[in-house]
Design a protein around this ligand. Structure first.
Ligand code: NI
Length: 384
């Protein structure tokens, strides 16, 4: 065993703290990318040549030939003012690793180092994608368009989970995280005097009815066993007390765990909005913006996802679904993949200004993804 492996945990802590102190937003991760490159080069790990402005891709070739699988870590931070109080708090004011992507990045560097030391057990190749811009949901598409998935049979990834203890890995087949879609709706009525509403067509009254009607989609049109969220998050109309405005503007989001329900909901919203507006003599303009697909774990990897936890000496538990989005989902529309929760035992949820995690989980994640990679490549029948 090389010294690199022996000192792994302290090394990963120092990497993680350095990343935490120097967070960068999506597609601005220039210094982050430089650091990752340096640390990988220090460990003698091959870096592949892709035309990426930020982010990078490393590769570990096993001693035996076989398929290629990918591991993915996201590297970007959030526009949040850090209030965690840790001594390595962000030096970039207003930017914070409040989602633990510093943890993901350092853990996957750890996995790269461990895999490098165990090349004799690897039957194929492990590509490690350090992906930019997850928080703005553009990084996965960006790296995939530059060819990083070419020749890759399957992809694995994780998100830290503050609610789970260190050493616990949440595993679930099928949908884990929600699809994320956005909608906009304009109701165009006729403006007028607030005291003479009969000469106007009031878009506020119409918008109110539409907001209520939208809530009936989940309760009346959807399978009661499916988890779905329809949220109207913006409603703007008018600017004074005695004038009926001409227009109301609404915006919001829809979350589902079933790919097939996404468009159905959008169509149902459009029908309700247009029908209700028309019945009042107004007009509805509905726009639907598909944003992120469902994180949909391929059942074939469920067994090895649990087995890897056991082999590494940790515990696999059934993962809970979360109605947030994750652009790992985009990879899963191209190749089969599996995404897990990594317990980090933190006091606050993702994106909280006091977000913290337990650093013991760094080595856990590094060990877990090392075992998972070796197991996956030992079962080429899963990778066809
Ligand atoms: Ni995140």
């Amino acid at each position: 065993m090389s010294t690199t492996v022996e000192n792994l945990q302290s090394k990963l802590i120092s990497y993680r703290r350095e990343l935490h102190e120097n967070p960068e937003l999506g597609f601005k991760e220039y210094e982050t990318t430089k650091r990752i490159r340096q640390w990988l080069e220090d460990a003698g790990i091959t870096i592949l040549d892709y035309p990426l402005e930020t982010g990078l891709v490393a590769e570990i070739k096993g001693d035996q030939d076989g398929p290629t699988i990918a591991l993915r870590a996201d590297i970007d931070a959030l526009p949040i003012l850090e209030q965690s109080g840790v001594e390595f708090s962000s030096k970039n004011e207003g930017i914070m690793h409040a989602c633990g992507h510093d943890f993901h990045t350092s853990s996957m560097i750890g996995a790269a180092i461990l895999l490098q030391s165990r090349r004799s057990e690897i039957k194929g190749t492990v590509r490690i994608i350090f992906q930019p811009a997850e928080e703005i949901a553009q990084g996965a598409v960006y790296v995939a368009e530059r060819g990083v998935l070419e020749g890759v049979s399957a992809i694995f990834g994780m998100h830290n989970k503050p609610e789970l203890p260190v050493g616990t890995i949440g595993v679930r087949s099928g949908s884990l995280m929600a699809s994320v879609d956005r909608f906009e709706l304009d109701i165009i009525g006729v403006g007028g005097h607030a005291g003479i509403p009969n000469d106007a067509i009031d878009p506020i009254v119409i918008a109110s009815q539409i907001v209520s009607a939208f809530q009936s989609i989940v309760s009346r049109n959807m399978n009661p066993f499916h988890n779905i969220v329809v949220s109207v998050t913006k409603l703007q109309a008018g600017n004074t007390w005695n004038v009926i405005p001409e227009k109301a503007e609404l915006e919001g989001t829809v979350r589902t765990f079933q790919e097939e329900t996404r468009e159905v909901i959008g169509e149902r919203m459009r029908a309700l909005a247009e029908g209700i507006a028309e019945s009042f003599g107004a007009r509805a303009e509905f726009r639907w913006y598909p944003y992120l697909p469902v994180v949909d774990n391929d059942d074939r990897f469920a067994e090895i996802a649990k087995e890897a936890a056991e082999v590494a000496g940790y515990k696999a538990v059934e993962a809970e679904q979360v109605p947030a989005g994750e652009d790992f989902a985009f990879y899963q529309t191209k190749i089969p993949g599996f995404f897990v929760w990594m317990g980090v035992d933190g006091p606050k949820a993702w994106h909280h200004p006091e977000f913290k995690l337990k650093e013991e989980a760094l080595e856990v994640a590094a060990n877990y993804f090392t075992e998972l990679s070796i197991l996956a490549l030992n079962k080429p029948e899963l990778l066809k």
